[in-house]
Ligand binder design. Structure first.
Ligand code: C2E
Ligand code: CA
Ligand code: CA
Length: 793
């Protein structure tokens, strides 16, 4: 639009310039350059319309006709201007009165002048004859009037054309008319005196009247023209042609500009309408968006968030153990799945919690309550009894010789037996009583509402029940139990004391083979709390309170010391010497057996390595416990210890009982295999007391059998034992194993064994187990020197 308006502005400028130039030219037509200017500007303007015609807006808005009209107007103006200019350059066309003068005035004036000159000259010739002089004077006067009239006319013309004094024009015209009237009267009076006039003069006067009249008529024409305002053709043309042209052009131009302005305004309107519509639309969309989001949130809240919130609360309750929230039915499968997942998780957690609670409170093997559940029941019983002034009994029950069954027949049998014992205990006792398993072969029994007498009856019932044969698979087993009993409130007011005292009573029962025994304060000191003993053992192990004794083993053929067995000794500061199998049993019950065995191996290997350093090429035998096969570090520790003391592995003999191997055959085979691969020698201890089969033995990397001392010590009196010893030696030799006899106490025993081909002997006959320094002395004495060959001197 701006470009269009620019066009129109330039067009106006061109128009103005051409108009100005035209005016200047009209004032001074000698300046032809102005004429050129007029047409140059008009040409520009016409060119501009040409450009406008190509403008897209003009075309699209259907304004081509308007512009074409404008152009036509301009062309018209140009042609009219040209006409005007030509008119202006031609004085006759420019001033129409001039033409009139030439046509009407000039001939009459000339004629008049001739006539009067003729008349005067004829009359002058006749002066003196009649009236001639007067006529002559009259003629002169007429000529004077005529000349005056003509000169007035000249002045009149000069004033008009030259525009010198337009105001005097009417006066001059008046003067001409007056002079004309006077002249006509004069001529008329002359004409009236026709007879006085000469012939030519008479004709001339008539002529003069006619010419004067005709001239005056011509003047009146000129005067009319002059009065009419059309006396200048250019002014008329300007008025009649140029100005209407300009008006038309200006109007057209203004219309066009208005159109453009309107279009612009309309565009603005359209734009602002669009903007307004868009704003409205934006608000509408925004509103809908917000509404949608709100609806979405509401439905999400209904369908999902609410469920999630409830789920969260439920989870929190679950976590804190509060009662659950009733969960809604979900409408979406996802939420539904989540809720289902939560429900199933919650159920599983509860089940697992129940399981855990049950596990925490029950023994895994027998399903009986465990020690802590019994503890709870005891608390309850104490609470109850203290209010009702009643009493109850607590029994601690330990199976006799269970370890042997377990070791020799294997864990599965042992486990089944424990379960059966549990069942039998439960069926023997009342429902209100609690049977618990403490671990191992130890049970605890709470007899509610009991005194000493009823507790004794219950104990007897238990013993009777257990005395019946247990049938496990093909096996028929007999089990006996030692029962210790403590009574509430007599023996203790709290759980711990009651349990401890029942325990003491049980030890007393076991030791004395009493079957059952009530807690007696006087026994307390003698039996020692097992707990304190365990702690003492732990301390002893940590503080070098334990000792190893060494018992030599002798090659029977050459009578040379070939090795020694390391045997554990514990001299308790208060309780004195405690038997090694008891120490081992204690350690096995507490897990101390693992470090204990490590300590024994370290000591024994160190001693042996020093003997080697001193020249005695002895082997050293150490005993492994059943727990050693659960000690994953054992093989590495043995290897490291041997390396550290630079003792070749073949000098280390590990003694294992059959029961120990049978307890966990798979581990036994694996660990023994690794030890054998290292070069360590393996010996089966207490051979003959167990149930080992030949087939099983063959699978093991065994190097040696040790015949149990009970057979050796008895063989001189009991032929059965002698058969066992003999067949053992044969069997061992068939399997390419060495045989060592334990418990060789007598010379005769030695002889028999020597005859049977037994390889080595160990027993009091040679030497009792003795401390390290004594053993070194003994060795020196026996071999006859401090170190060197092992032969007995
Ligand atoms: P064991 O391995 O069969 O040890 C041989 C036992 O026979 C030793 O009893 C020894 O003193 C005894 N003995 C040796 N010669 C004779 C004899 O001529 N006559 C008689 N009557 N007895 C003889 P000790 O030292 O009391 O050891 C008992 C059991 O304690 C050992 O039986 C062994 O099973 C266990 N034991 C000892 N020290 C250790 C140890 O360091 N670790 C492990 N796991 N068990 C050990
Ligand atoms: Ca042994
Ligand atoms: Ca033995």
């Amino acid at each position: 639009r701006n470009q269009l308006l620019d066009f129109s502005r330039n067009l106006r400028i061109d128009l103005l310039q051409s108009y100005k130039s035209l005016h200047a030219f009209l004032l001074d037509p000698s300046r032809t350059e102005l004429r050129d200017k007029v047409h140059a500007h008009l040409h520009n303007a016409i060119g501009a319309t040409q450009q406008l015609l190509g403008d897209p807006w003009v075309i699209t808005q259907g304004q081509t006709a308007t512009v074409t009209a404008l152009r036509k107007g301009l062309e018209q103006l140009a042609s009219d201007s040209r006409h005007l200019e030509e008119t202006r350059l031609d004085p006759e066309r420019q001033y129409p009165s001039l033409a009139a003068g030439r046509v009407y005035l000039q001939p009459n004036r000339n004629a008049f002048n001739n006539d009067i000159a003729l008349a005067i000259s004829e009359t002058a010739e006749q002066v003196g004859e009649g009236e001639s002089l007067d006529i002559y004077d009259q003629l002169l006067e007429a000529r004077h009037l005529w000349d005056q009239m003509i000169s007035n006319f000249r002045l009149y013309l000069a004033n008009r054309v030259g525009s010198f004094d337009e105001g005097s024009l009417p006066i001059q015209a008046q003067a001409i008319d007056t002079l004309y009237e006077a002249l006509q009267q004069k001529l008329a009076s002359l004409a009236a005196r026709e007879d006085d006039l000469g012939f030519e003069t008479a004709i001339a006067v008539t002529d003069m009247q006619q010419h004067a009249r005709q001239w005056h008529q011509g003047f009146q024409r000129v005067h009319t023209i002059h009065k009419s305002g059309t006396w200048r053709a250019d002014a008329v043309l300007v008025k009649t042609r140029i100005e209407p042209d300009l008006d038309l052009i200006t109007t057209q131009l203004r219309d066009l500009e208005n159109l453009i302005a309107d279009a612009t305004a309309m565009d603005m309107q359209t734009l602002s309408d669009i903007a307004r519509t868009q704003t409205r639309l934006s608000w509408l969309i925004g509103g809908f968006g917000i509404l949608f989001v709100i609806l979405l949130l509401i439905s999400l809240d209904r369908l999902v968030f609410r469920h999630l919130r409830m789920l969260t609360t439920a989870i929190e309750n679950e976590a804190t153990g509060k009662d659950g929230v009733t969960l809604p039915e979900a409408r979406f499968s996802e939420t539904g799945n989540l809720l289902d997942a939560f429900r199933s998780m919650s159920r599983q957690i509860h089940e697992r919690q129940d399981d855990l609670a049950h596990q925490a409170m029950h023994d895994a093997l027998t399903g009986l309550p465990n020690r802590s559940l019994l503890g709870d029941r005891l608390e309850q019983a104490i609470h109850h009894a203290s209010r009702s002034r009643g009493g109850f009994a607590l029994m601690v029950l330990d199976l006799d010789r269970f370890k042997e069954i377990n070791d020799s027949l294997g864990h599965p049998v042992g486990d089944t037996l424990l379960c059966e014992v549990g069942k039998r205990l439960c069926s023997t006792l009342r429902d209100s009583d609690t049977v618990a398993r403490f671990g191992g072969d130890e049970f605890g029994v709470l007899i509610s509402d009991a005194d000493a007498a009823s507790a004794a009856v219950a104990a007897q019932k238990i013993r009777d029940a257990l005395a019946r044969t247990f049938e496990i698979g093909q096996l028929k087993l007999h089990v006996a139990a030692s029962i210790g009993i403590s009574l509430y409130p007599r023996d203790g007011q709290d759980t711990q004391t009651l349990v401890q005292r029942a325990d003491v009573a049980m030890y007393v029962a076991k030791k004395n083979r009493f079957g059952h025994s009530f807690y007696d304060a006087s026994q307390d000191e003698f039996t020692i709390g097992r707990l304190t003993l365990i702690n003492d053992l732990r301390d002893a192990l940590a503080q070098q309170g334990l000792q190893l004794y060494y018992q030599p083993q002798m090659d029977m053929a050459v009578k040379e010391v070939v090795g020694a067995e390391a045997l554990l000794r514990w001299e308790h500061p208060q309780h004195g010497f405690i038997r090694p199998d008891e120490v081992v049993n204690l350690a096995e019950h507490t897990g101390l057996i693992i470090p204990l065995t490590h300590w024994v191996l370290e000591e024994a290997i160190a001693a042996c390595s020093q003997w080697h350093a001193s020249g005695w090429r002895l082997s050293i035998a150490a005993n492994l416990s059943v727990h050693s096969f659960r000690d994953h570090e054992l093989v590495d520790i043995i290897d490291a210890t041997l390396q550290r003391h630079r003792l070749p592995a073949e000098y280390l003999v590990l003694e294992i009982t059959e029961g120990t191997m049978m307890a966990d055959p798979a581990s036994a085979i694996e660990i023994l295999g690794r030890l054998d691969a290292m070069g360590v020698r393996l010996s089966i201890d207490d051979f003959g007391t167990g149930f080992s089969s030949l087939a099983y033995l063959k699978q093991l990397p065994v190097d040696e059998l040790k015949i149990d001392r009970s057979f050796v010590m008895n063989m001189e009196h009991d032929p059965n034992d002698e058969v066992i010893v003999r067949s053992t030696i044969d069997l061992a030799h068939n399997l390419r194993l060495d045989v060592t006899a334990e418990g060789v106490e007598t010379e005769s025993g030695w002889e028999i064994l020597a005859q049977l081909g037994c390889d080595n002997a160990q027993g009091y006959l040679v030497c009792r187990p003795i401390p390290r320094n004594e053993f070194d002395n003994w060795l020196a004495r026996t071999t006859g020197r401090a170190g060197g060959e092992n032969a007995v001197g």
